[in-house]
Design a protein around this ligand. Structure first.
Ligand SMILES: Cc1cc2nc3c(=O)[nH]c(=O)nc-3n(C[C@H](O)[C@H](O)[C@H](O)COP(=O)(O)OP(=O)(O)OC[C@H]3O[C@@H](n4cnc5c(N)ncnc54)[C@H](O)[C@@H]3O)c2cc1C
Length: 440
């Protein structure tokens, strides 16, 4: 790595690869590059594991069990493999990995632009610029909140915030809360806020119902054994749609609680359909609540059927054997989601007791600094399984990017192997190899 004055006279360097972001994805790529002796630097605007430190609510725990928390050459080795990490524990885990691999991280450095040059890229930051041949975008999938256009129509009397801004229920107005979105974050926060004594109304669109445990084992154990999390992006019919599927309704608690819509109803949470519009201070909900719930029940039933089939076909598999040793609860089934006969279709936000709208409507990456023609007409990054549509540019950590598990901590390992190999070939040959050659 060379360091010399450059550009605006501030310190700078020349490396083969600049990795943007020191979350687990950027660090996993750093480990791959170090092992291949590829010169690189990891630029991080905050600290290592910044998102886990500063962008999550206080009570959050991972919904993936500790045994699943693994990064290349590094895994959870504590006494509670079936437990769920708190946020400080996740920060320790990711920061421990950075130390373990001696990652060349520059903290407090914000990337402000990436521009193409004759021989590669110029990465400008608030603390100098870097020249490189390749850039890995590991800046996270949750930069910008997906808010509907009508979010601007919320009356002034109602506070609004996103799940990234929410820390704990005490920061909310004492009146009721409309939680928009019933993915993992939406159901977890609807539950927490209802426990604080506030009235909660949850807007439910398409969602993925999930049990925490099935036949005595954590559902992640089954998804892992059946290979569902390893499913590849180039084997599904409609990857654009698959990438939009919301996260499953799961929560990680020491009690291994299942948090579905029935559990929320029992806690007093009111269910309404998807928030479709806000007009003249009135929220309008879709009438498809019952359909969405029936569809989620059906899909959960299909998943459990496929687990049962798999057990019958693989009786000697260690996971099937382990399940067989658990107290007999063979093929338990679940109650259908209970939905009111006529859930309200509108709600007057000015007259009702709603004090807060919490947007749990998902996020998208913030890549405004990437000054390259790599975005489609909807502003989405054009990439093939993480190989971006510009030579030497790669992305990590996006939903179902290469595999169903791509956005999870344990998903980085295989993606980094594939993309790291692609990147190394590109640096060696100077031409872009086919994106799908590296099949993991
Ligand atoms: C609420 C929530 C719960 C989750 N729960 C789980 C779970 O239970 N299990 C699981 O496996 N996964 C979970 N995930 C998914 C995933 O593991 C996290 O989103 C993870 O943080 C993604 O890692 P990453 O390295 O891709 O991105 P991030 O961790 O977001 O890291 C990106 C880094 O890039 C930095 N950065 C961004 N822009 C710039 C810039 N311009 N210049 C320099 N640096 C920049 C950021 O500061 C950040 O440190 C969860 C996600 C969320 C939001």
């Amino acid at each position: 790595m060379t360091t010399r004055p450059f550009g605006r006279g501030r310190p700078t360097g020349t490396v083969d690869v600049v990795v943007v972001g020191a979350g687990h994805s950027g660090l996993a790529m750093s480990r791959y590059l170090s092992r291949r002796a590829i010169e690189h630097v990891v630029l991080e605007r905050g600290e290592v594991a910044n998102s886990w430190r500063h962008e999550r609510w206080s009570s959050l725990r991972l919904l993936t069990p500790n045994w699943q928390s693994r990064l290349p050459g590094y895994a959870y080795d504590g006494a509670d493999p079936d437990g769920f990490m708190t946020m400080p524990e996740v920060v320790d885990f990711v920061a421990g990995f950075a130390r373990f691999i001696a990652a060349p991280v520059r903290t407090g450095v914000t990337v402000t632009s990436v521009l193409a040059t004759d021989d590669g890229y110029l990465v400008e930051t608030d603390r100098g610029a870097w020249r490189c041949r390749a850039v890995v975008l590991a800046s996270g999938a949750h930069g910008l909140a997906n808010l509907p256009a009508f979010a601007a129509c919320v009356p002034d009397s109602v506070q609004t915030l996103t799940t990234k801004q929410y820390r704990h229920a005490d920061q909310l107005d004492p009146r009721g809360v409309l939680v928009v979105g019933a993915s993992a974050s939406g159901v977890q926060l609807a539950d927490e806020i209802a426990r604080s004594g506030r009235e909660v109304t949850l807007c439910v669109g398409e969602h993925i119902r999930m049990l925490r445990t099935y036949r005595g084992l954590d559902i992640q154990r089954w998804l892992d054994a059946l290979g569902i999390l390893d499913e590849r992006y180039d084997t599904v019919d409609d990857v654009v749609r698959a990438r939009r599927v919301p996260s499953p309704q799961l929560i990680g608690t020491p009690e291994r609680t299942t948090l579905d819509l029935n559990a929320l109803t029992e806690r007093g949470v009111k269910l309404v359909g998807r928030l479709a519009a806000i007009h003249d201070g009135r929220a309008q909900f879709s009438g498809a609540l019952a359909n969405h719930c029936a569809m989620a029940d059906l899909k959960l039933g299909r998943l459990l059927d496929s687990i049962d089939r798999w057990i019958a076909e693989h009786p000697a598999h260690p996971v099937a054997v382990l399940a067989g040793e658990r107290p007999a609860d063979p093929a338990e089934r679940f109650a259908a989601t209970r939905v009111a006969a006529n859930p309200p279709l509108t709600l007057d936000l000015t007259r009702s007791r709603i004090g807060t709208i919490l947007w749990a409507t998902g996020f998208r990456p913030d890549l405004h600094w990437l000054q390259l023609p790599v975005f489609d007409h909807k502003g989405r990054l054009r990439h093939d399984g993480g190989v971006v549509d510009a030579p030497g540019i790669y992305v990590l950590g996006l939903n179902f990017m290469r595999r169903r598990k791509s956005s999870f901590i344990h998903g980085a390992e295989h993606d980094v192997l594939d993309l790291g190999e692609h990147l190394a070939t590109y640096l060696r040959q100077g031409v872009v190899p086919p994106a799908r050659r590296a099949v993991g």
